[in-house]
Structure formats: C-alpha cells, structure tokens
Write a protein that binds this ligand. Sequence first.
Ligand SMILES: [Zn+2]
Length: 220
Amino acid sequence: MAEWPELPLGEAGTPLIVAPHPDDEILGVAGLMATLGRAELVAVTDGEASHPGSTVHTQAELALIRRAETDEALRRLGLADAVVHRPGQPDGKIDEEALTEVLTGLLSPGRWCLATWREDGHPDHEAVGRAAARACEATGAVLLEYPIWTWHWSAPEDPRVPWDRAFRVPLARNVRDAKQAAIEAFPSQIAPLGPEPADAAILPPHVLARFARPFEVIFR
Ligand SMILES: [Zn+2]
C-alpha cells in the first residue's frame, strides 16, 4: 500500500460527495474534505435502518439523530457551511434511477464526484456507486470511488479489489485529529444505544481502527 500514488488534489474544486448513510462520507473521505476545506454532500438516506428492532429509538428518531450527527461532523471538519442535499431515500432500498437523476443535476464536466465503490459489498453502497458512475458518464464529471465495507472483507493484495486504481490521500496531523473528532460525532453508530443486542454499536473499535490511518484510499 505504500506504493499507491498520491491523489493530486489540484483539480478537486468543490467535490460532490455522495454518502449512502450518514457516516460513510466521514469514514471514507473526511480527510479529503478537511484538506480541501470544501465539499458539497448528497446524504442519500438518513440511515434509519441501522438498528432494526431497536428497543430505544424508532426509525424516525434514528433518522433525525443521524442527520444531526452528520451536521455536527461537518462542523468539526470546518465545513459547517457545506451544502447538504437530502433526497431522503429509504435506507436499504435506494432507488438508483432517482438518485442518478439527482446526481446528474448536480454534476458538470470535470467536476469531482466521490461515491462509495460499486463493488463495496453492501447493496446501498453499490447502488450509490452505480448511480454516480452513470451520472458521471452522462455529464462528463470525474468519478472517484471510496471503499468502506471493502476494508472488512478484503485481504491485502485481494484480487477482487482494483488496487491498480488505488490512490492515497495523505492526512496531515491536524486533519487526522479533525477526522477522529468527526467520527466521534456519531454516538448512534460507535456506541450501543442500549443494553439489548439489537442496540449494539454498528462500528465497534476494531472496525473504527481501519479508518484512523494517516491516509485515505480512493479508486480512480
Ligand atoms: Zn453505509
């Protein structure tokens, strides 16, 4: 992984970041956003299905909680003024056609679009990647894909992963600190909602450790 070339950020402009669920944008590209100091976000779903069967929160409550967590995380990255689009698609059932239309309306030739990788191993993440790819194709925008679940199932050198398209975004010390603070803005995901198994943390410490590295990885 040390050989991955550095992603040149000179033409990043204000990238459009597409997140299937609140926190994907932070786990995947918080460092890139903080380094640039600019971002526009499409929060595709509100992540209301993270805890099916929760004894603590309804799905409607979780949606509100997770929206507020994203807002706080952006603030901690110095991006309180970032434009956030919330098409309000259902968590777990993303409508790829509708999303492609939304993204097509926001993209333009040469604009960077960062979306979850089309083969990330989670249906929502893959739907977002495919919609972004189609919108980029239609508009001439530049597709960049970030892996999230890939880190859970892949091994180093895993032939299923397009490592030959991998670029790294090195994170300065202050950017790493800001990313860590932004991750901690998601207590609904990193801590249990309550003692019942249905309320367990979605992102326990060993999973979070994968996102604490001093670089981020983008497939171009
Ligand atoms: Zn997700």
